[in-house]
Design a protein around this ligand. Sequence first.
Ligand SMILES: [Zn+2]
Length: 102
Amino acid sequence: MVEDCPTCGHHFERDHGYWIGAMIVATAFSVVGFLTVFVGGLAVTWPDVPWNVLLLVTLVVTGVVPAITYSSARTIWVAMDLAVRPLERHEVERADQNLKRT
Ligand SMILES: [Zn+2]
C-alpha cells in the first residue's frame, strides 16, 4: 500500500500505531469467517459432526481470512477513521505538499 493517496496526497498513517484499527477490522473479518464455517459446519453435518475436520477447517479459515483481507481492512479502517475524525489543518497542508512533490 502506498503511504500517500496519489489523488489527494492524504498521508494514510495519521498517528503512531494507526494501523491497529485495521488489525481490529481484520480480526472482525476473521470472527465472521470463524462463525460462518463453524455454525455452517454444525448446521450441515448435525448430528454426526466431524469434529476434527471442522476444527481443522475452522482454524485454517480463521488464520487465512485476516491475511487475505488485510488490505481491504486497511481501506475500511481509513474510511471509518476519516468519517469520525476529519482531517486537521496540518494534515491538509501535508497533503498539499505531497501533491506538489509528485
Ligand atoms: Zn485521496
